[in-house]
Design a binder for this molecule. Structure first.
Ligand code: PLP
Length: 386
């Protein structure tokens, strides 16, 4: 035993030495923007529940009602007997919400990304990925066996040069709102070049849907782009929607192809029906309550101006994701710990989640934060500044 595992123990030691060892904080209770950890109540600034819907009474009630009717587990995969009338209704509502022919639920965003990319591409094809894409998009590209081309962040010129040199099926893949930076992909230019070079374009809008755009239509609404411009849209339900799961939206042919061929769709248990019911309720709130989106903007702007005055290094982000770049991993962890001691939960993000030398505090806002929470965080950031 010890021999088989000893090299793993050595690797763990190395991770510790490099200050990139990860450990989990145990949340004992969670109430809106407050979490209890180690008996202490902290203000949470690292959740992706941007709109504050995870505990909304309508969402919770829809969940409870459906649990009474359908139980907890869905019992099987969608193609066996796990696809309920509630799942189906949610798919139709998501198609309408995104202005697309069809939508297909996946159990997680990770699986949706793996499913789309491995279904569309094989070893004679090429996937083009922004260097800062989410790990699930990179993993999907690698798992597909396609040739793998990464381009510098948001660098359309470099992408264009790659595309022009390539034959076979081509898929350009990008985050909509970049998950660790908060900036937007240059989607108008990407969609133009993808059309020109006969490449598919896929956008993962995990951090934009529900949150960005007047109607919450995400990064595509922001740019005014539709299914003809961005044929493949992937969204997650565990962030802005406050529930769990994910979906892909696009043409009839795309969705039917995924149903027939996407292994991470076919060979996994369907989301609990109650989660789909909760998501239908949260979708209604996303559509109706645009005030939640304007709150986020106000909070992020207040934070940016305060943190800028304090001399912290911000990113060009107008979203609810506001990173402070620290650089060194150990320093980022030390700052996160100091904020923890001051009563704020802010996560330190280190390589390999972000590029070497760009460790950061990733601060996220919720529509449930008040101005005073932002001001108190800024006070704490002033007192921990080296
Ligand atoms: C969170 C996230 C995912 C994964 O979604 P899950 O539903 O959590 O598996 C995919 N892409 C991006 C950009 C994300 O931020």
């Amino acid at each position: 035993m010890s021999d088989l595992f000893s090299h793993l123990a050595d690797e763990l030691g190395e991770l510790r030495q490099k200050n990139v060892y990860r450990s989990r904080r145990i949340v004992e209770a969670s109430q809106g923007i407050y979490v209890q950890i180690g008996g202490r109540i902290l203000v949470n600034f690292c959740s992706n529940d941007y709109l504050g819907l995870a505990q909304h009474p309508d969402v919770v009630k829809a969940f409870q009602t459906a649990v009474n009717e359908y139980g907890v587990g869905s019992g099987s995969a969608h193609l066996i007997c796990g696809h309920s009338i509630i799942h189906h209704a949610l798919e139709e509502e998501l198609a309408t919400f995104t202005g697309r022919d069809r939508a297909l639920l996946f159990s997680t965003g990770y699986m949706a990304n793996l499913g789309v990319i491995t279904t569309l591409l094989g070893r004679f094809d090429t996937v083009f990925e922004d260097r800062l894409n989410h790990a699930s998009l990179l993993d999907g590209g690698l798992a597909s066996g396609a040739k793998f081309k990464r381009y510098a962040h948001a660098n359309v010129a470099e992408l264009t040069a790659h595309l022009q040199k390539t034959t076979g099926n081509k898929l350009v893949v990008t985050d909509g709102v970049f998950s660790m930076d908060g900036d937007f992909a240059p989607l108008d230019a990407l969609s133009q070049i993808a059309k020109q070079e006969h490449a598919w374009l896929m956008v993962d809008d995990a951090h934009g849907l529900g949150v960005i755009g007047e109607q919450g239509g995400g990064i595509l609404e922001y740019y005014g782009l539709g299914q003809a411009d961005v044929p493949i849209l992937m969204g997650t339900l565990g962030k802005g929607f406050g529930t769990f799961g994910a979906f892909v939206a696009g043409s009839e042919v795309l969705i039917e192809t995924l149903i027939q061929k996407a292994r991470p769709y076919i060979y996994t248990t369907a989301l609990p029906t109650a989660v789909a019911a909760a998501t239908r309720a949260s979708l209604q709130l996303v559509i109706k309550e645009s005030g939640r989106r304007s709150r986020l903007k106000i909070l992020a702007e207040r934070f940016r101006s305060g943190a800028g005055q304090l001399g912290w290094s911000l990113m060009p982000s107008s979203s609810a994701i506001q990173p402070i770049i620290v650089g060194d991993s150990q320093a980022a962890v030390a700052l996160s710990n100091a904020l923890f001691d001051a009563g704020f939960l802010v996560s330190a993000i280190r390589p390999p989640t972000v590029p070497q030398g760009s460790a950061r505090l990733r601060i996220t806002f919720s529509a449930l934060h008040e101005e005073q929470h932002v001001d108190r965080l800024l006070d704490a950031l002033a007192s921990v500044k080296p």
